[in-house]
Write a protein that binds this ligand. Structure first.
Ligand SMILES: Cc1cc2nc3c(=O)[nH]c(=O)nc-3n(C[C@H](O)[C@H](O)[C@H](O)COP(=O)(O)OP(=O)(O)OC[C@H]3O[C@@H](n4cnc5c(N)ncnc54)[C@H](O)[C@@H]3O)c2cc1C
Length: 379
């Protein structure tokens, strides 16, 4: 059996990004993917254009819609519209298109792909990782990247990631026409979903509909009831939507994301935003950072992969720590949150800036604290 440089478990957004960046530097990389093709994937497809920073090729060809306005509502009323401005807009993509585009880029760069490779065992034997599929195929690698999404069992096996994993209950569906959702406008509805929100994101010829509940992760979400209220307001009907429910692993505290020759990326690393369910940006960013760190390690320039955990904590985790606090307060008292938070004159703009990647939760929290301190000292 040939010893490869890196085996990547899962060919989603995070796995393909890692693979692309390793393959462009001539590393011998395999993506091990349990599926054979890329069916429609469960995802809203909302993504900050800031992700372009992590690729040398243009992502624009796979963008269905560029969002210029964000509309917020409370039980379909009390609407607020925020204009998105700034250099980094919010894009809507079809996930299946994004994933297969990134996979093609990785393959063109020289990465290998094994499909129907359902990983059931990963073990380390004297510094070599041995990965086994359900059908008995095996791959041996110097390093392994865990990129198999929210249901990944491997973080617990290798004692990585948060001690307590946290899951949001989510639903994602698609309607193959646009209804009355305005072009270039994303809609966020806060009153209909207990401890969460619903969304409608426009595609070229369709709308991605979804919802997530972020505090109570034990019960499933009342999908039918919410769709019955939400879709008519968008000029759509419940009979038109095809969708699925999924448990989404979200950020739940700083944690170690690497071991010796092993890294977690994307949802497997619990990076998804616990307030707005943004998971694509951290998936792509972690894929990029994982590859960067692995390149130094494979070339013998560093002895461990610890800088990966540190970088992700600095560039993403510190903001998510505030995102988690905001989520806990906002979704516990959503009506007050909507009135005092979303309806504040500057709030829609701030949320838009978070979505576009211009600001993070830490920046926002610091601004609020500064405002409170200033008010107190001047009173
Ligand atoms: C309903 C919903 C809506 C969302 N909407 C948005 C949004 O609008 N914007 C946003 O930024 N984020 C959104 N997210 C989050 C986003 O989808 C995830 O954060 C993102 O998919 C993470 O990418 P990933 O590559 O880590 O994992 P995944 O995309 O889950 O990819 C994992 C891959 O691993 C493969 N795999 C799994 N198990 C194995 C195995 N045993 N062996 C081999 N391969 C395996 C899978 O087939 C898959 O290809 C949403 C999530 C949900 C659930």
């Amino acid at each position: 059996m040939t010893l490869i440089d890196v085996a990547i478990i899962g060919g989603g957004a995070s796995g393909t990004t890692t693979a692309f960046h390793l393959a462009t530097k001539s590393k011998n990389v395999y993506i091990l993917e349990k599926n054979i093709s890329y069916p429609e994937r469960i995802c809203g497809g909302g993504m900050s254009a800031a992700v372009q920073n992590w690729f040398p090729f243009k992502l624009q060809p796979i963008v269905d819609e560029v969002i210029t306005n964000v509309e917020f509502s409370w039980c379909n009323t009390d609407k607020v519209v925020a204009e998105l401005s700034g250099s980094s807009p919010f894009w809507i993509v079809k996930r299946e298109k994004l994933d297969s585009f990134l996979l093609d880029q990785a393959l063109n760069a020289g990465c290998n792909l094994l499909t129907t490779f359902n990983v059931v065992n990963i073990k380390k034997i004297s510094n070599i990782w041995q990965i086994t599929a359900l059908d008995g195929r095996q791959v041996e690698a110097k390093a392994v990247v865990i990129a198999d999404g929210s249901q990944s069992p491997w973080p617990k096996t290798f004692n990585l990631g948060p001690n307590q994993q946290k899951f949001a209950s989510t639903y994602s569906g698609r309607v193959k026409r646009k209804g009355n959702l305005r072009d270039e406008t994303a809609r966020f509805e806060f009153g209909l979903v207990k401890n969460g929100f619903a969304w409608a994101f426009p595609l070229k010829d369709a709308v991605n509909i979804g919802m997530g509940t972020f505090l109570d992760n034990k019960n499933s979400i009342s999908v039918e009831k919410i769709l019955k209220s939400f879709l008519p307001d968008l000029g759509l009907d419940t009979s038109e939507v095809i969708g699925e429910e999924k448990k989404l692993r979200v950020w739940n505290g700083h944690s170690k994301l690497n071991g010796e020759g092993i890294l977690l990326v994307g949802d497997a690393a619990s990076l998804c935003d616990p307030f707005l369910a943004e998971g694509l940006r951290p998936a792509l960013m972690s894929g990029f950072e994982a590859a960067k760190c692995l390149l130094y390690w494979l070339d013998g320039e560093v002895n461990d992969l610890d800088s990966y955990t540190k970088t992700i904590q600095k560039n993403w985790g510190n903001s998510m720590a505030w995102g988690k606090r905001i989520s806990q307060v906002f979704y516990r008292f959503p009506k007050a949150g909507y009135q005092l938070g979303v309806k504040r004159p500057t709030a829609p703009k701030r949320i838009a800036q978070i979505l576009s990647g211009e600001m993070n939760y830490e920046d926002i929290a610091k601004r609020v604290i500064k405002r409170l301190l200033f008010q107190n000292s001047s009173s």
